[in-house]
Design a protein. Structure first.
Length: 326
C-alpha cells in the first residue's frame, strides 16, 4: 500500500469547457488513488472561472462521468464540505481579496499590451505558452503619466511581477526540476475584461481548501514556478506537485477526437463498462500489466507513484476501438 499520513488533501479540478476525455479521466483516477492509498482526502472542484468557455451542462456531465468510473469524492459541488463553494464562479470575493493583497504588496502592475502587440514574440513551452508568448516586461516600468495616457485608450490587465531568481522543484514523479530566473515572464492574474486568470484562482483555491498534494498533467509543469510565486507573495504554503506525462494517440499526436470516441460520456452512453475504462487507464499508468477490467477501488492497495511512466504514453488503436464499442 502507498505511504500513509494524516490529513493529506488532494483535488481533481476539471474545466467544464467540454467533455471529460481519457486523459482527464486518467489524471482524476491517479489523483484519487494517490489520496486513497495515503489515507487522505480528495475533493472535486469545478474550475469555471472563464465563464465564456464554461457550460453548466458540461460540469454536470463530468460529475456523472466521474461517478460512473467509481471515483467518489469527500468534498465537492454535490457532497459539500467545509471549504466550499466548490465551483470557482461562486468564489469571486476570495479572488478579489487576493488581488487586493498582491496590490498592497506591490506585486502587480497594469499592462496595456494585447495579444496582437505580442504576436512577434517567440512562444514559451506548452504550459506557460498556453496563455500566450513570454511577456518581455513592456509595461513593467511605465511611469504614472504613461499609464494614465494608455488607460485613457484601453482598460489594462494586471500582471504579477515574477521574482528574478531560479527555482528548484522536487516533483513527486519526475524528481528535481529546474526553472531559470523569471521563468515564463510576468503573467496575467486579471484580464482586461475583468475575468480572473486561472493562475491566481487555482492558487487561491488550493490555499483556501488546504490542498497538500496536486497531481496533474505534464502540460502544467511549466506553470508551477508562477504558482509558487503567488503562494509566496500571498504568504501561503504551497502543495507538493506531481506531474504525469500525457496520453498520445496511436499516431503520436496529442489525444483528440480525431482518434475516435475518447470522451468518457460517449463510452458511458455507448454501453462500455466502467471497469473496462478503468482497466485501460490503469494499464496506461503502469498500475497493471494487462488492460483487464477492474474497479477503481481495487487499485488502491497496490498503488505506487513510482509505477507511473515518466514519459508520454502512446495509446493502442485496438484498445481505443474496444472502448469505443467498435
Amino acid at each position: 500500500m502507498g505511504e500513509s499520513t494524516s490529513r493529506r488533501r488532494g483535488r481533481f479540478a476539471p474545466t467544464p469547457s467540454g467533455s471529460l476525455h481519457l486523459g482527464n479521466a486518467r489524471t482524476a483516477l491517479l489523483a484519487w488513488l494517490q489520496m486513497r492509498a495515503a489515507g487522505g482526502e480528495i475533493l472535486l472542484r469545478i474550475e469555471d472561472i472563464d465563464k465564456p468557455r464554461s457550460r453548466a451542462e458540461w460540469a454536470e456531465e463530468i460529475v456523472c462521468d466521474l461517478e460512473w468510473l467509481g471515483l467518489a469524492f469527500d468534498e465537492g459541488p454535490e457532497e459539500g464540505g467545509a471549504y466550499g463553494p466548490y465551483v470557482q464562479s461562486e468564489r469571486d470575493e476570495l479572488y478579489q481579496a487576493a488581488l487586493d493583497r498582491l496590490e498592497a504588496g506591490s506585486w502587480l502592475y497594469p499592462c496595456y499590451c494585447s495579444r496582437a502587440d505580442l504576436a512577434g514574440i517567440a512562444s514559451a513551452p506548452h504550459g506557460l505558452g498556453s496563455e500566450g508568448p513570454v511577456y518581455p516586461g513592456t509595461c513593467r516600468g511605465l511611469t504614472l503619466e504613461e499609464r494614465r495616457a494608455k488607460e485613457a485608450v484601453k482598460a489594462p490587465s494586471l500582471r504579477f511581477r515574477v521574482p528574478d531568481r531560479e527555482r528548484w522543484i522536487e516533483d513527486g514523479l519526475l524528481g528535481l526540476e529546474h526553472f531559470g530566473p523569471g521563468a515564463g515572464g510576468d503573467f496575467v492574474v486579471r484580464r482586461a475584461d475583468g475575468i480572473i486568470a486561472y493562475q491566481l484562482a487555482v492558487v487561491v483555491d488550493d490555499a483556501a481548501m488546504k490542498i497538500t498534494d496536486v497531481l496533474r498533467g505534464m502540460d502544467l509543469l511549466d506553470s508551477t514556478p508562477w504558482q509558487l510565486g503567488l503562494f509566496e507573495a500571498l504568504g501561503e504554503t504551497s502543495p507538493a506537485y506531481a506531474h504525469v506525462p500525457l496520453l498520445y494517440g496511436p499516431d503520436g499526436s496529442r489525444l483528440s477526437k480525431r482518434h475516435g470516441a475518447v470522451g468518457i460520456s460517449s463510452m458511458r452512453q455507448g454501453g462500455t463498462k466502467p471497469e473496462e475504462v478503468v482497466g485501460c487507464l490503469a494499464f496506461w499508468s503502469g498500475l497493471m500489466d494487462r488492460p483487464e477490467p477492474v474497479r477503481a477501488s481495487d487499485l488502491i492497495e497496490g498503488f505506487q507513484m513510482e509505477k507511473i511512466p515518466k514519459e508520454p504514453v502512446q495509446l493502442e488503436e485496438y484498445l481505443l476501438r474496444r472502448l469505443s464499442g467498435q
